[in-house]
Ligand binder design. Structure first.
Ligand code: FAD
Length: 457
Protein backbone atom coordinates (compact mmCIF):
# COMPACT_ATOMS: atom_id res chain seq x y z
CA UNK A 1 0.00 0.00 0.00
CA UNK A 2 1.64 3.25 -1.10
CA UNK A 3 -0.06 5.87 1.04
CA UNK A 4 -0.25 9.59 0.38
CA UNK A 5 2.95 11.27 1.53
CA UNK A 6 3.30 14.82 2.77
CA UNK A 7 5.16 17.33 0.63
CA UNK A 8 7.75 17.37 3.42
CA UNK A 9 8.24 13.60 3.27
CA UNK A 10 8.50 13.70 -0.52
CA UNK A 11 11.21 16.36 -0.15
CA UNK A 12 13.06 14.33 2.46
CA UNK A 13 12.83 11.10 0.45
CA UNK A 14 14.03 12.58 -2.84
CA UNK A 15 16.47 10.06 -4.31
CA UNK A 16 16.28 7.66 -1.35
CA UNK A 17 15.61 3.96 -1.92
CA UNK A 18 13.07 2.18 0.31
CA UNK A 19 14.66 -0.24 2.76
CA UNK A 20 13.86 -3.85 1.82
CA UNK A 21 11.12 -5.70 3.74
CA UNK A 22 11.72 -8.50 6.21
CA UNK A 23 12.43 -11.89 4.56
CA UNK A 24 11.85 -14.85 6.86
CA UNK A 25 11.96 -15.28 10.63
CA UNK A 26 14.38 -13.25 12.71
CA UNK A 27 15.51 -13.20 16.34
CA UNK A 28 16.44 -9.97 18.07
CA UNK A 29 16.84 -8.46 21.51
CA UNK A 30 14.35 -5.70 20.78
CA UNK A 31 11.70 -5.57 18.06
CA UNK A 32 10.13 -2.15 17.51
CA UNK A 33 6.83 -1.89 15.64
CA UNK A 34 6.52 1.47 13.84
CA UNK A 35 9.21 3.60 12.21
CA UNK A 36 8.21 7.07 13.41
CA UNK A 37 9.94 9.25 16.00
CA UNK A 38 9.00 6.94 18.89
CA UNK A 39 10.32 3.77 17.28
CA UNK A 40 13.43 5.37 15.86
CA UNK A 41 14.47 7.35 18.96
CA UNK A 42 14.05 4.15 20.96
CA UNK A 43 16.18 2.18 18.48
CA UNK A 44 18.82 4.93 18.32
CA UNK A 45 19.08 5.33 22.09
CA UNK A 46 19.23 1.57 22.74
CA UNK A 47 21.97 1.00 20.15
CA UNK A 48 24.00 3.91 21.47
CA UNK A 49 23.67 2.67 25.04
CA UNK A 50 24.62 -0.92 24.19
CA UNK A 51 25.98 -1.51 20.67
CA UNK A 52 25.80 -5.29 21.20
CA UNK A 53 21.98 -5.20 21.23
CA UNK A 54 20.19 -6.50 18.15
CA UNK A 55 17.45 -3.98 17.46
CA UNK A 56 14.97 -4.41 14.62
CA UNK A 57 12.39 -1.82 13.46
CA UNK A 58 9.37 -2.99 11.44
CA UNK A 59 7.64 -0.26 9.42
CA UNK A 60 4.54 -0.87 7.32
CA UNK A 61 5.32 1.89 4.78
CA UNK A 62 8.54 3.91 4.91
CA UNK A 63 10.17 5.35 8.01
CA UNK A 64 8.46 8.67 8.69
CA UNK A 65 5.26 7.83 6.81
CA UNK A 66 3.05 8.48 9.85
CA UNK A 67 2.56 11.61 11.93
CA UNK A 68 6.33 12.01 12.28
CA UNK A 69 6.75 12.87 8.60
CA UNK A 70 3.70 15.09 8.34
CA UNK A 71 3.45 17.20 11.51
CA UNK A 72 3.72 20.93 12.13
CA UNK A 73 7.42 20.72 12.98
CA UNK A 74 7.10 22.12 16.47
CA UNK A 75 9.68 20.52 18.74
CA UNK A 76 7.61 21.65 21.66
CA UNK A 77 8.79 21.38 25.25
CA UNK A 78 5.33 20.52 26.56
CA UNK A 79 3.22 17.41 27.07
CA UNK A 80 -0.46 16.73 26.55
CA UNK A 81 -2.49 16.74 29.78
CA UNK A 82 -3.01 19.27 32.56
CA UNK A 83 -0.46 19.72 35.35
CA UNK A 84 -3.20 18.89 37.84
CA UNK A 85 -3.67 15.50 36.17
CA UNK A 86 0.06 14.76 36.33
CA UNK A 87 0.14 15.90 39.97
CA UNK A 88 -2.56 13.34 40.83
CA UNK A 89 -0.07 10.71 39.67
CA UNK A 90 3.26 12.04 40.86
CA UNK A 91 2.48 14.92 43.20
CA UNK A 92 3.44 18.50 42.44
CA UNK A 93 7.13 17.57 42.34
CA UNK A 94 6.48 14.80 39.82
CA UNK A 95 4.43 17.08 37.57
CA UNK A 96 7.17 19.70 37.61
CA UNK A 97 9.93 17.13 37.04
CA UNK A 98 8.04 15.93 33.97
CA UNK A 99 7.63 19.49 32.74
CA UNK A 100 11.33 20.24 33.14
CA UNK A 101 12.24 16.94 31.46
CA UNK A 102 10.16 17.76 28.37
CA UNK A 103 11.50 21.32 28.23
CA UNK A 104 15.09 20.02 28.35
CA UNK A 105 14.24 17.57 25.57
CA UNK A 106 14.16 20.45 23.05
CA UNK A 107 17.91 20.98 23.60
CA UNK A 108 18.50 17.23 23.73
CA UNK A 109 17.07 16.96 20.19
CA UNK A 110 19.17 19.94 19.13
CA UNK A 111 22.29 18.10 20.32
CA UNK A 112 21.32 14.90 18.48
CA UNK A 113 20.65 16.88 15.29
CA UNK A 114 24.11 18.40 15.53
CA UNK A 115 25.87 15.14 16.48
CA UNK A 116 24.26 13.24 13.60
CA UNK A 117 24.45 16.19 11.19
CA UNK A 118 20.74 16.05 10.36
CA UNK A 119 19.79 18.93 8.08
CA UNK A 120 16.25 19.64 9.19
CA UNK A 121 16.24 23.41 9.79
CA UNK A 122 16.32 23.06 13.60
CA UNK A 123 16.10 26.56 15.13
CA UNK A 124 15.10 27.12 18.74
CA UNK A 125 13.15 30.35 18.34
CA UNK A 126 10.50 29.73 20.99
CA UNK A 127 6.76 29.81 20.54
CA UNK A 128 3.93 32.37 20.56
CA UNK A 129 0.23 32.08 21.34
CA UNK A 130 -1.38 35.09 19.67
CA UNK A 131 -4.66 36.62 20.90
CA UNK A 132 -6.83 38.54 18.42
CA UNK A 133 -9.90 38.98 20.67
CA UNK A 134 -10.49 39.90 24.30
CA UNK A 135 -11.49 36.34 25.36
CA UNK A 136 -8.37 34.97 23.67
CA UNK A 137 -6.24 37.49 25.53
CA UNK A 138 -7.92 36.51 28.80
CA UNK A 139 -6.99 32.87 28.20
CA UNK A 140 -3.42 33.70 27.22
CA UNK A 141 -3.05 35.81 30.36
CA UNK A 142 -4.55 33.06 32.50
CA UNK A 143 -2.03 30.55 31.12
CA UNK A 144 0.92 32.74 32.02
CA UNK A 145 -0.56 33.33 35.49
CA UNK A 146 -1.02 29.58 35.94
CA UNK A 147 2.65 29.09 34.99
CA UNK A 148 3.64 31.52 37.75
CA UNK A 149 1.36 29.81 40.27
CA UNK A 150 3.18 26.56 39.50
CA UNK A 151 6.55 28.19 40.09
CA UNK A 152 7.57 28.66 36.46
CA UNK A 153 9.55 31.79 35.84
CA UNK A 154 9.90 34.58 33.30
CA UNK A 155 12.49 32.47 31.52
CA UNK A 156 9.67 29.95 30.88
CA UNK A 157 6.84 32.21 29.74
CA UNK A 158 5.99 35.89 29.44
CA UNK A 159 3.06 37.98 28.34
CA UNK A 160 3.71 40.32 25.38
CA UNK A 161 1.56 43.34 24.62
CA UNK A 162 0.56 44.09 21.04
CA UNK A 163 3.61 46.29 20.42
CA UNK A 164 6.04 43.71 21.83
CA UNK A 165 4.46 41.02 19.69
CA UNK A 166 4.75 43.32 16.65
CA UNK A 167 8.51 43.47 17.17
CA UNK A 168 8.54 39.71 16.53
CA UNK A 169 5.64 39.02 14.15
CA UNK A 170 2.98 41.36 12.81
CA UNK A 171 -0.40 39.68 13.15
CA UNK A 172 -3.59 41.49 12.09
CA UNK A 173 -5.67 42.79 14.98
CA UNK A 174 -3.38 41.21 17.59
CA UNK A 175 -3.99 42.28 21.18
CA UNK A 176 -1.09 40.45 22.74
CA UNK A 177 0.53 37.05 23.05
CA UNK A 178 2.37 34.72 25.33
CA UNK A 179 5.91 33.64 24.52
CA UNK A 180 7.89 30.65 25.70
CA UNK A 181 11.45 29.85 24.64
CA UNK A 182 10.86 26.08 24.99
CA UNK A 183 10.23 25.24 21.35
CA UNK A 184 12.22 24.70 18.17
CA UNK A 185 11.12 24.63 14.54
CA UNK A 186 12.11 21.78 12.20
CA UNK A 187 11.20 20.27 8.85
CA UNK A 188 9.96 17.10 10.58
CA UNK A 189 10.29 14.66 7.69
CA UNK A 190 13.94 15.55 7.29
CA UNK A 191 14.40 15.01 11.03
CA UNK A 192 12.72 11.60 11.02
CA UNK A 193 14.55 10.40 7.89
CA UNK A 194 17.87 11.65 9.30
CA UNK A 195 17.06 9.87 12.54
CA UNK A 196 16.35 6.61 10.67
CA UNK A 197 19.82 6.84 9.10
CA UNK A 198 21.40 7.65 12.46
CA UNK A 199 19.67 4.65 14.07
CA UNK A 200 21.00 2.41 11.30
CA UNK A 201 24.52 3.81 11.70
CA UNK A 202 24.23 3.02 15.40
CA UNK A 203 23.40 -0.60 14.51
CA UNK A 204 19.60 -0.90 14.23
CA UNK A 205 18.05 -2.68 11.24
CA UNK A 206 15.01 -0.97 9.71
CA UNK A 207 12.67 -3.09 7.57
CA UNK A 208 10.26 -1.00 5.48
CA UNK A 209 7.10 -2.18 3.65
CA UNK A 210 6.67 -4.69 6.49
CA UNK A 211 3.23 -4.60 8.13
CA UNK A 212 2.94 -6.16 11.55
CA UNK A 213 -0.25 -8.19 11.76
CA UNK A 214 -0.17 -8.93 15.49
CA UNK A 215 1.89 -8.10 18.54
CA UNK A 216 2.09 -10.91 21.08
CA UNK A 217 4.35 -11.62 24.08
CA UNK A 218 7.95 -11.68 22.74
CA UNK A 219 6.64 -11.86 19.16
CA UNK A 220 5.68 -9.65 16.20
CA UNK A 221 3.98 -11.41 13.29
CA UNK A 222 4.30 -10.16 9.70
CA UNK A 223 3.27 -11.71 6.37
CA UNK A 224 6.97 -12.24 5.58
CA UNK A 225 8.10 -13.88 8.80
CA UNK A 226 7.98 -13.54 12.57
CA UNK A 227 10.33 -11.59 14.80
CA UNK A 228 10.98 -13.18 18.19
CA UNK A 229 12.49 -10.84 20.73
CA UNK A 230 12.96 -10.36 24.43
CA UNK A 231 11.14 -7.03 24.06
CA UNK A 232 8.49 -5.93 21.58
CA UNK A 233 7.88 -2.18 21.59
CA UNK A 234 4.61 -0.81 20.24
CA UNK A 235 5.36 2.53 18.57
CA UNK A 236 2.36 2.84 16.26
CA UNK A 237 0.59 5.83 17.94
CA UNK A 238 -2.64 6.75 16.09
CA UNK A 239 -2.39 3.64 13.90
CA UNK A 240 -2.38 1.31 16.92
CA UNK A 241 -6.12 0.85 16.40
CA UNK A 242 -5.31 -1.44 13.44
CA UNK A 243 -3.61 -4.02 15.67
CA UNK A 244 -5.61 -6.84 17.28
CA UNK A 245 -6.79 -5.97 20.78
CA UNK A 246 -6.02 -2.26 20.46
CA UNK A 247 -9.04 -0.88 18.63
CA UNK A 248 -9.99 1.37 21.57
CA UNK A 249 -6.49 2.12 22.93
CA UNK A 250 -6.25 5.58 21.33
CA UNK A 251 -8.52 7.71 19.19
CA UNK A 252 -6.85 8.55 15.87
CA UNK A 253 -7.63 12.25 15.67
CA UNK A 254 -7.01 13.98 12.37
CA UNK A 255 -4.94 17.08 11.82
CA UNK A 256 -4.48 18.74 8.43
CA UNK A 257 -1.84 21.05 7.02
CA UNK A 258 -1.23 23.33 4.06
CA UNK A 259 2.05 24.89 3.03
CA UNK A 260 2.45 27.94 0.79
CA UNK A 261 4.95 28.63 -1.95
CA UNK A 262 7.91 30.63 -0.60
CA UNK A 263 7.09 34.26 0.29
CA UNK A 264 9.19 37.07 -1.18
CA UNK A 265 11.42 39.49 0.71
CA UNK A 266 8.71 42.21 0.66
CA UNK A 267 6.19 39.96 2.37
CA UNK A 268 8.71 38.98 5.05
CA UNK A 269 9.59 42.65 5.59
CA UNK A 270 5.90 43.26 6.24
CA UNK A 271 5.42 40.24 8.52
CA UNK A 272 8.66 40.30 10.50
CA UNK A 273 8.92 36.74 11.86
CA UNK A 274 12.70 36.66 11.61
CA UNK A 275 13.43 34.26 14.47
CA UNK A 276 11.58 31.10 13.48
CA UNK A 277 9.12 31.27 16.37
CA UNK A 278 6.35 28.72 16.04
CA UNK A 279 2.93 30.25 16.45
CA UNK A 280 -0.54 29.28 17.63
CA UNK A 281 -3.65 31.40 17.21
CA UNK A 282 -5.78 31.90 20.31
CA UNK A 283 -8.89 29.92 19.37
CA UNK A 284 -10.10 26.75 21.06
CA UNK A 285 -9.77 24.92 17.75
CA UNK A 286 -6.40 26.49 17.20
CA UNK A 287 -4.25 26.71 14.10
CA UNK A 288 -0.50 26.05 14.41
CA UNK A 289 2.06 27.72 12.19
CA UNK A 290 5.71 27.86 11.36
CA UNK A 291 7.91 29.85 8.99
CA UNK A 292 9.64 27.01 7.19
CA UNK A 293 13.40 26.78 6.66
CA UNK A 294 12.76 27.63 2.97
CA UNK A 295 10.60 30.70 3.71
CA UNK A 296 7.12 29.29 3.27
CA UNK A 297 4.33 29.41 5.82
CA UNK A 298 2.98 26.08 7.04
CA UNK A 299 -0.34 26.16 8.87
CA UNK A 300 -2.28 23.27 10.33
CA UNK A 301 -5.53 22.65 12.15
CA UNK A 302 -8.14 20.12 12.99
CA UNK A 303 -10.16 19.66 9.74
CA UNK A 304 -12.54 16.69 9.99
CA UNK A 305 -11.55 15.52 13.45
CA UNK A 306 -12.53 11.87 13.62
CA UNK A 307 -14.08 9.20 11.47
CA UNK A 308 -16.52 6.59 12.69
CA UNK A 309 -14.83 3.38 13.84
CA UNK A 310 -11.40 5.02 14.28
CA UNK A 311 -10.60 4.85 10.57
CA UNK A 312 -7.06 5.94 9.76
CA UNK A 313 -6.98 5.36 6.01
CA UNK A 314 -6.48 8.95 4.97
CA UNK A 315 -4.65 8.25 1.78
CA UNK A 316 -5.77 11.18 -0.33
CA UNK A 317 -5.34 14.90 0.23
CA UNK A 318 -7.52 16.61 2.87
CA UNK A 319 -11.08 17.74 2.08
CA UNK A 320 -11.36 20.93 0.02
CA UNK A 321 -13.32 22.54 2.83
CA UNK A 322 -10.43 21.96 5.24
CA UNK A 323 -7.92 23.51 2.84
CA UNK A 324 -10.25 26.47 2.39
CA UNK A 325 -10.61 26.90 6.18
CA UNK A 326 -6.86 26.84 6.73
CA UNK A 327 -6.36 29.42 3.97
CA UNK A 328 -9.00 31.60 5.60
CA UNK A 329 -7.13 31.37 8.93
CA UNK A 330 -3.92 32.39 7.21
CA UNK A 331 -5.65 35.43 5.69
CA UNK A 332 -7.21 36.28 9.05
CA UNK A 333 -3.75 36.30 10.66
CA UNK A 334 -1.65 37.96 7.95
CA UNK A 335 -3.94 39.49 5.31
CA UNK A 336 -2.71 39.96 1.76
CA UNK A 337 0.97 39.54 2.68
CA UNK A 338 0.52 35.78 2.99
CA UNK A 339 -1.81 35.42 0.01
CA UNK A 340 0.48 33.30 -2.15
CA UNK A 341 -0.33 30.02 -3.94
CA UNK A 342 -0.29 26.75 -2.04
CA UNK A 343 2.44 24.19 -2.63
CA UNK A 344 0.89 21.26 -0.79
CA UNK A 345 -1.80 19.94 1.55
CA UNK A 346 -1.95 16.74 3.57
CA UNK A 347 -3.31 15.28 6.76
CA UNK A 348 -2.48 12.61 9.30
CA UNK A 349 -3.52 11.04 12.56
CA UNK A 350 -2.30 11.68 16.06
CA UNK A 351 -3.04 9.36 18.98
CA UNK A 352 -5.25 10.61 21.82
CA UNK A 353 -5.89 8.53 24.93
CA UNK A 354 -9.15 8.64 26.86
CA UNK A 355 -7.65 10.89 29.58
CA UNK A 356 -5.45 12.89 27.14
CA UNK A 357 -2.33 11.70 28.98
CA UNK A 358 0.48 9.92 27.11
CA UNK A 359 1.94 6.81 28.73
CA UNK A 360 5.30 5.03 28.49
CA UNK A 361 5.87 1.63 30.03
CA UNK A 362 6.97 -1.99 29.95
CA UNK A 363 5.44 -5.25 31.10
CA UNK A 364 8.27 -7.49 32.25
CA UNK A 365 6.11 -10.63 32.12
CA UNK A 366 5.06 -10.35 28.48
CA UNK A 367 8.04 -8.38 27.21
CA UNK A 368 5.69 -5.79 25.72
CA UNK A 369 6.54 -2.10 25.88
CA UNK A 370 4.63 0.99 24.73
CA UNK A 371 4.78 4.75 24.31
CA UNK A 372 1.65 6.42 22.99
CA UNK A 373 -0.97 9.13 23.31
CA UNK A 374 1.04 12.31 22.78
CA UNK A 375 -1.96 13.98 21.08
CA UNK A 376 -0.61 17.03 19.23
CA UNK A 377 2.62 17.24 21.23
CA UNK A 378 4.71 14.26 20.21
CA UNK A 379 7.80 15.54 18.40
CA UNK A 380 9.82 16.23 21.55
CA UNK A 381 7.82 13.81 23.72
CA UNK A 382 8.77 10.86 21.51
CA UNK A 383 12.45 11.56 22.19
CA UNK A 384 11.81 11.64 25.94
CA UNK A 385 9.83 8.41 25.52
CA UNK A 386 12.68 6.80 23.55
CA UNK A 387 15.22 7.60 26.26
CA UNK A 388 12.81 6.43 28.95
CA UNK A 389 12.15 3.13 27.14
CA UNK A 390 15.91 2.67 26.78
CA UNK A 391 16.35 2.87 30.55
CA UNK A 392 13.32 0.68 31.26
CA UNK A 393 14.40 -2.02 28.80
CA UNK A 394 17.96 -1.98 30.11
CA UNK A 395 16.54 -2.42 33.61
CA UNK A 396 18.06 0.79 34.90
CA UNK A 397 16.37 2.98 37.47
CA UNK A 398 17.03 6.60 36.45
CA UNK A 399 15.30 9.98 36.93
CA UNK A 400 13.52 9.31 33.62
CA UNK A 401 12.00 6.02 34.78
CA UNK A 402 10.56 7.81 37.85
CA UNK A 403 8.55 10.38 35.85
CA UNK A 404 4.79 10.14 36.33
CA UNK A 405 4.03 9.28 32.71
CA UNK A 406 5.71 5.88 33.20
CA UNK A 407 2.50 3.93 33.64
CA UNK A 408 0.18 1.30 32.18
CA UNK A 409 -1.71 2.34 29.04
CA UNK A 410 -4.74 4.57 29.64
CA UNK A 411 -8.19 2.99 29.95
CA UNK A 412 -9.80 2.30 26.56
CA UNK A 413 -12.16 4.66 24.76
CA UNK A 414 -15.89 3.92 24.71
CA UNK A 415 -17.17 1.60 21.99
CA UNK A 416 -18.90 3.11 18.95
CA UNK A 417 -21.17 4.96 18.45
CA UNK A 418 -20.37 6.67 21.79
CA UNK A 419 -16.75 7.37 20.84
CA UNK A 420 -17.81 9.05 17.59
CA UNK A 421 -20.62 11.03 19.19
CA UNK A 422 -18.47 12.19 22.12
CA UNK A 423 -15.52 13.34 20.02
CA UNK A 424 -17.70 15.08 17.43
CA UNK A 425 -19.75 16.77 20.18
CA UNK A 426 -16.65 18.21 21.88
CA UNK A 427 -15.31 19.43 18.54
CA UNK A 428 -18.68 21.00 17.68
CA UNK A 429 -18.90 22.78 21.05
CA UNK A 430 -15.42 24.29 20.74
CA UNK A 431 -16.18 25.40 17.16
CA UNK A 432 -19.40 27.04 18.35
CA UNK A 433 -17.54 28.70 21.26
CA UNK A 434 -14.99 30.13 18.81
CA UNK A 435 -17.71 31.45 16.50
CA UNK A 436 -19.59 33.01 19.42
CA UNK A 437 -16.45 34.70 20.78
CA UNK A 438 -15.62 36.16 17.39
CA UNK A 439 -19.19 37.45 17.04
CA UNK A 440 -19.73 38.88 20.53
CA UNK A 441 -16.21 39.62 21.75
CA UNK A 442 -17.14 37.80 24.97
CA UNK A 443 -16.20 34.43 26.40
CA UNK A 444 -18.72 31.72 25.59
CA UNK A 445 -20.31 29.33 28.10
CA UNK A 446 -19.96 26.60 25.50
CA UNK A 447 -16.25 26.56 26.40
CA UNK A 448 -17.02 25.26 29.90
CA UNK A 449 -19.47 22.74 28.50
CA UNK A 450 -16.86 21.47 26.02
CA UNK A 451 -14.26 21.21 28.82
CA UNK A 452 -16.76 19.29 30.92
CA UNK A 453 -17.78 16.84 28.17
CA UNK A 454 -14.16 16.22 27.18
CA UNK A 455 -13.21 15.55 30.80
CA UNK A 456 -10.76 18.46 30.85
CA UNK A 457 -12.73 20.91 32.96
C1 FAD B 1 -0.83 16.97 10.96
C2 FAD B 1 -0.13 16.75 12.29
C3 FAD B 1 0.53 17.83 12.89
C4 FAD B 1 1.21 17.64 14.10
N1 FAD B 1 1.97 18.67 14.59
C5 FAD B 1 2.77 18.46 15.67
C6 FAD B 1 3.71 19.44 16.07
O1 FAD B 1 3.89 20.46 15.42
N2 FAD B 1 4.45 19.19 17.20
C7 FAD B 1 4.31 18.05 17.92
O2 FAD B 1 4.97 17.90 18.95
N3 FAD B 1 3.47 17.07 17.52
C8 FAD B 1 2.72 17.23 16.39
N4 FAD B 1 1.92 16.22 15.95
C9 FAD B 1 1.98 14.93 16.64
C10 FAD B 1 3.28 14.20 16.31
O3 FAD B 1 3.54 14.26 14.94
C11 FAD B 1 3.18 12.75 16.77
O4 FAD B 1 2.83 12.71 18.14
C12 FAD B 1 4.49 11.98 16.62
O5 FAD B 1 5.01 12.14 15.32
C13 FAD B 1 4.23 10.51 16.94
O6 FAD B 1 5.32 9.75 16.52
P1 FAD B 1 5.17 8.17 16.57
O7 FAD B 1 6.44 7.61 16.07
O8 FAD B 1 4.71 7.75 17.91
O9 FAD B 1 3.96 7.86 15.57
P2 FAD B 1 3.95 7.91 13.96
O10 FAD B 1 4.86 8.92 13.43
O11 FAD B 1 2.51 7.96 13.53
O12 FAD B 1 4.58 6.53 13.55
C14 FAD B 1 3.91 5.32 13.62
C15 FAD B 1 4.44 4.46 12.49
O13 FAD B 1 3.95 3.14 12.65
C16 FAD B 1 3.69 2.62 11.36
N5 FAD B 1 2.73 1.53 11.54
C17 FAD B 1 1.45 1.63 11.91
N6 FAD B 1 0.88 0.41 12.01
C18 FAD B 1 1.85 -0.48 11.70
C19 FAD B 1 1.89 -1.89 11.62
N7 FAD B 1 0.80 -2.64 11.85
N8 FAD B 1 3.05 -2.49 11.27
C20 FAD B 1 4.17 -1.75 11.03
N9 FAD B 1 4.18 -0.39 11.09
C21 FAD B 1 3.04 0.23 11.42
C22 FAD B 1 3.13 3.80 10.59
O14 FAD B 1 3.25 3.62 9.19
C23 FAD B 1 3.98 4.94 11.11
O15 FAD B 1 5.11 5.19 10.32
C24 FAD B 1 1.20 16.37 14.75
C25 FAD B 1 0.52 15.30 14.16
C26 FAD B 1 -0.14 15.48 12.93
C27 FAD B 1 -0.84 14.32 12.29
Amino acid sequence: MAGHRSLWLQEALAGAEDQPPLRGDVRADVCIVGGGFTGLWTAYELCRADPRLEVVVLEREVAGFGASGRNGGWVVGALSGAREQWAERGGRAGALALERAIQETVDEIGRAVERERIECGFVKGGSLVVAQTEPELERVRAHVEADRAWGLEERDSVLLDAAQLGERVRVQGARGASFTPHCARVQPARLVRGLAEAAERAGAVVYEQTPVLAVEPHLARTPFGDVRARWVVRATEGYSVGLPGLRRAVAPINSSMIVTEPLGADAWAELGWQQAETMLDGRHLYAYLQRTPDDRIAIGGRGIPYRFGSKTDREGPPAERTVWELRARLRDLFGAAADVPLAGAWHGVLGVTRNWLPAVGVDRKTGLAWAAGYAGEGVAASNLAGRTLRDLLLGERTPLTELPWVSPPARPWEPEPFRYLGIRAVHGLYAAADASERRTGRRSRLEQLANLVSGRG
